[in-house]
Design a protein around this ligand. Structure first.
Ligand SMILES: [Zn+2]
Length: 264
């Protein structure tokens, strides 16, 4: 798969080539190509922009940045991740279920949700779960922020987590799973590991718990990373069933750092 950098180089080469050919042809006569070369420039630019834009929504393509979406294994293991917490109402219920099944999960927390939930965060860590960075604001405009603003959001969230837990997260999950050039630039020079998923449960969109479970099981593969949300109804009410079904299917839930073989 091409990277953004490689596509940009190809784009520049094509544009230079197009304009060179157009210049040569225009020297001899005003043929269709020579007179219409600007149309080709626009078309090539539109294709370049379209590809770059579309692949920002497919972070596992590794187009804009290196992203891990599953573990490299043939064993029947998977990891659970919970985004957008902590949630004072539902996160404790999720923790209770995880405790019952002796399972370690990863909570990608939103910085602004941490204030007032310090005890909950300490409990999550004390029970052996991992905390990841999911940005500070989770604003719908996040992907239009400058790289400097994104970087300061991420550093601020890590600082808050460190102040509460004494640990600095190394795993980052981009809000909405979008990785564009600004997000990539914000992460430049950081040793953080960007982690997405290969199974989106849609637990905040779909209402039918059976459909959510079916969706997860039809996509299940060794090394899967499942995206759930600790504030969702599904996680607080049907996680117990899901974990029992996972065990029955022969899969084992392992911590994300173990699955990816990366420090958390
Ligand atoms: Zn999120």
């Amino acid at each position: 798969m091409l990277s953004f950098r490689q596509l940009t180089i190809i784009f520049i080469i094509i544009i230079i080539g197009l304009n060179f050919v157009s210049l040569i042809t225009s020297c001899f006569h005003c043929g269709w190509f020579g007179c219409q070369f600007y149309v080709w420039n626009i078309l090539v630019f539109a294709a370049y922009s379209g590809i770059s834009f579309a692949l920002a929504f497919l972070p596992c393509s590794n187009f804009h940045h290196s992203v891990l979406c599953k573990g490299q294994t043939t064993e029947k293991v998977l990891s659970l991740t919970f985004d957008d917490g902590p949630d004072p109402k539902n996160s404790p219920l999720v923790l209770e279920t995880l405790r019952k099944h002796h399972i370690t999960a990863t909570f990608f927390c939103i910085g602004k949700n941490l204030e007032g939930n310090e005890e909950l965060i300490r409990q999550i860590v004390a029970e052996g779960h991992l905390i990841g960075n999911h940005g500070f604001s989770h604003s719908i405009r996040f992907d239009f922020f400058s790289s400097g603003r994104i970087r300061s959001e991420l550093l601020k969230t890590n600082e808050i987590i460190k102040n509460i837990t004494g640990k600095t997260p190394n795993f980052f999950r981009p809000p909405f799973g979008v990785v564009n050039p600004m997000v990539s630039r914000a992460l430049k020079g950081m040793s953080w590991q960007t982690v997405c998923w290969n199974i989106r449960s849609l637990d905040t969109v779909m209402k039918n718990p059976k459909k959510i479970s079916d969706r997860i099981f039809t996509r299940l593969k060794p090394g899967s990373i499942i995206l759930l949300h600790d504030h969702s109804d599904f996680s607080s009410r049907y996680l117990d069933n899901l974990l029992s079904e996972i065990t029955l299917s022969g899969y084992k839930v392992v911590p994300l750092d173990q699955l990816l073989n990366k420090p958390s």
